[in-house]
Design a protein around this ligand. Sequence first.
Ligand SMILES: *Cc1c(COP(=O)(O)O)cnc(C)c1O
Length: 369
Amino acid sequence: MKQAPIYVTQPYLPPLEEFMPYLQQIWDNKTLTNGGPFHQQLEKALCEYLGVEHIALFTNGTIALITALQALRVNGEVITTPYSFVATSHSLLWNGIKPVFVDVDPKTLNLDPARIEAAITPHTTAIMPVHCYGHPCDVKAIQKIADNYNLRVIYDAAHAFGVQDEGGSILRYGDLAVLSFHATKVFNTFEGGAIICPDAKTKLRIDQLKNFGFVDETTVVAPGINGKMSEINAAFGLLQLEHIDKSLAERQRIDEAYRTGLSGITGIECLPDAGETVANYSYFPVLVQPEYTLSRDALYQKLKDHDIHGRRYFYPLISDFPMYRGLISAQRSNLPVAAAAADKILCLPIYPNLQRQDQLRVIDLIQGC
Ligand SMILES: *Cc1c(COP(=O)(O)O)cnc(C)c1O
């Protein structure tokens, strides 16, 4: 019997009938967007769940990143990682900012703080690191550099929903942290995103910027964008939140089964955690080392031939795309660690409904059975 394809992720969808009462409410009160009741409820619920004070919901994570930079009036040059989804750097280009790529740490694949200082110039105004795969950056070292040079820090925390260290949510670090609620993420609202704000004043400015720059009915103070989350998306987020703990527990179980199942295989290296006390198991990246019997691309293809679709996150590096590769900092000689990781990385399927026998099939294929 032909088996169903297995993708790297599959969105978690609660039973449809659970969503119906939410839709009924929207139909009843006829508020579809513009900060309606579900939008307000979801902001409150997420603040409680994540353990943060202020959050501004967005239509997606990319618009949230673009707005975060605008809110802090970041310009000139921003130091960032080439080892991420392309939206990280694109948010800089959309603000007319020049990205300066700095290499990553070989253990975490997050921006390497030891290499940041050498990339700072008189034009540098901020650092935009990514908590890659939900593994926390070296937040203390990054903040220290930012303090010394008077730079802003904006975390692309698209992978980091629910991740904590010993002091609480890792979203509290930086001047701002940005989440994505895209369908592929741990917590999704179909499309969506958010900015974690340190205080009410910053949230107010961000709320104005996501609504065209309006501060009242007749006053527009900035070239803001339309970044608002709709009531349908916010309602789905509220429903999703009811299921999130169960869904994270499932992910943890799958993560553990991979670690056990892959542990004896020469040349398959699982990424360790990075000091988080609560992880979100959003991805399951492995590095395919030269000692493995196949190249990374051959393993990727072998799985694909069995209708198992891993993803090479992150390959190619952002710095290799045409709109970036002309930058001096984009040269591969400047980014040896990221370049090596991009050539070895493979993210394996992980999502709440991944069946045990399907996961065993993935492990067996990697084992060579
Ligand atoms: C998903 C993602 C984004 C973009 O988020 P969208 O909600 O899809 O716009 C940005 N950065 C990283 C690292 C991501 O994984």
